[in-house]
Design a protein around this ligand. Structure first.
Ligand code: OOG
Ligand code: NI
Length: 492
């Protein structure tokens, strides 16, 4: 009996989820269509250079999804389902404290971690877990009712979890069971037609729209699926040209002439979707809820801890400078964004499009002064991650290689291939959450939040949450050791 590997399960799952989401949210289909057009245009324009950060085959199929669950138990089940598809929890994101938004969740991302598995299909899912125990958001009474509601629901059928355990243990599933697994897994993330208790939903919504989306319904659903695009500025223009209102800003690094690093993302609010509501008097009506949306992203080179520190520093300095250079007469809304509840609102500071453009210009000039301007500089300053390859057919000039990275690169002994950033950015994630919330929510900052970190999240999941930096570093170091050996050098 032929077996479907975890990698093939993952690729099939991503494809089917995308088909389902396209049926549920038509604007997503437009987004995928426009992304493909842009990618083909970039390929025509830039040729092979367009594929430096991933083959066009990979990029065309590439998606990330986002889901939200309510309890550690649910998170453990999700981990098992993704584990069946070779996806491990990587990274810890705390979205409760970000300046621009306060969302009562902590998150990780499930994704493949080896080069081979990433090459099969890089599908990743940003996964958030509600924190009902955080007193800044939930008082004791609401917490009790919320936890009772969550513990009474069942998100995943036992058959799905059993198939997942088998796939994880065996490295895949025989064809028929693979089919069954995929069907159940995709179904588990479809938008449910079960009636929603309106009063309960609205009570949670007053605290946080995300709390209502998670704990106000008895099921879970995919919140968005994000295609990858090679030129996100061009995509932004084309979507706007098609009459789709994008959020004000592209989150992440500014557009500039230097290397693409990390992640740039932007999004639009999907239309409200019809949902069945149960009124307090027991009658059932059709209302509408607006929780799902479209997002698109461009991925660049993974940064080392040093590179990331510089990135974070430049981002906060750009914010600062942009605030200082506001033209007279214009008002800036501070942390609490009036735009948060409007369709067009949504950059991290709730700024308008003009302010977003100004901030981008400020950021760009900072980057041009301080960020490594080439892949070589990123490599030599040890700010970006690369795999290094010994160049066997280098023209010989009689001089032996020396064990120094810059010298080896400059003399052509080593070739550096960028490692693509496979993870997320907390600040961008907060911006994505915030831009799509329908209300401000409430948070009492006079109280102290329940502490959460990577270790505690690992305990909650019952699996080690991996450190993304360590993964990139191990890959880079392996390649360096191999290259050094090939050149007959000690460690580089
Ligand atoms: C997740 C938001 C974060 C991203 O791409 O940064 C995210 C959510 O809305 O559930 O998806
Ligand atoms: Ni996303």
């Amino acid at each position: 009996m032929s077996s479907i590997t975890q990698g093939r399960l993952r690729a099939a799952f991503a494809r089917r989820l995308s088909e389902m989401y396209g049926r549920e949210v038509p604007a997503y289909r437009t987004l995928v269509e426009v992304s493909h057009e842009v990618n083909l245009d970039v390929l025509r324009r830039a040729g092979a250079g367009a594929e430096r950060l991933g083959s066009i085959g990979r990029v065309t199929a590439e998606r990330h999804g986002a889901i939200r669950v309510g309890t550690p138990g649910e998170l453990r089940q999700v981990a098992r389902i993704f584990g069946a598809m070779g996806m491990r929890p990587v990274g810890f994101y705390d979205l409760r404290d970000t300046a621009s938004s306060a969302v009562p969740v902590v998150s990780t991302a499930f994704r493949p971690v080896t080069e081979d598995e990433l090459a099969v299909n890089p599908f990743r899912v940003f996964t958030s877990m509600l924190t009902p125990g955080d007193p800044r958001f939930f008082d004791a009474g609401l917490r009790g009712r919320l936890e009772a509601f969550l513990s009474a629901r069942r998100l995943f059928p036992p058959e799905l979890l059993e198939l997942a355990a088998e796939a994880e243990a065996e490295g895949g599933l025989p064809e028929e069971r693979a089919e069954r697994f995929l069907r159940l897994a995709v179904e588990a993330f479809a938008l449910s037609a079960e009636p929603i208790d309106r009063a309960w939903y609205e009570e949670l919504e007053r605290v946080s729209a995300v709390a209502a989306d998670i704990g106000g319904v008895a099921s879970t659903h995919i919140n968005h699926l994000t295609p990858r695009v090679l030129d996100i500025d061009e995509l932004y223009r084309r979507m706007t040209g098609r009459g789709i209102t994008m959020i004000d800003a592209i989150q992440g690094p500014p557009r500039w002439a230097g290397p693409d690093v990390l992640l740039r993302q932007t999004s639009f609010r999907a239309l409200a979707e019809p949902r069945v509501l149960r009124e307090p008097d027991g009658t059932v009506t059709t209302g509408s809820l607006r929780v799902r949306f479209g997002e698109v992203e461009a991925r660049g080179i993974a940064l080392t801890r040093d590179g990331r520190r510089l990135y974070d520093d430049l981002m906060s300095r750009a914010d600062h400078l942009a605030r200082e250079t506001v033209p007279a007469g214009s008002s800036v809304s501070g942390g609490s964004s009036a735009g948060g509840s409007s369709v067009s609102g949504g950059s991290p500071a709730g700024a308008g499009r003009g302010e977003a453009a100004r901030r981008d210009a400020v950021a760009r000039s900072l980057w041009e002064r301080e960020f490594p301007a080439s892949e070589r500089d990123l490599a030599v300053r040890r700010m970006g991650f690369f795999t290094y390859h010994a160049v066997e057919d280098r023209p010989r000039d009689g001089r032996p290689p020396v064990a120094d990275l810059a010298a080896l690169l400059d003399a052509g002994w080593l070739r550096a291939e960028p490692i693509v950033y496979e993870d997320f950015l907390p600040r961008s994630a907060a911006g994505i959450f915030q831009s799509n919330l329908s209300g401000e929510g409430v948070k009492d900052d006079s109280l102290t939040g329940a502490g959460y970190d990577l270790g505690l999240l690992s305990e909650a999941i019952g699996r080690e949450v991996l450190d993304p930096f360590a993964l990139y570093e191990a890959q880079q170091e392996r390649s360096l050791r191999q290259a050094a050996r090939a050149l007959g050098l000690p460690a580089v």
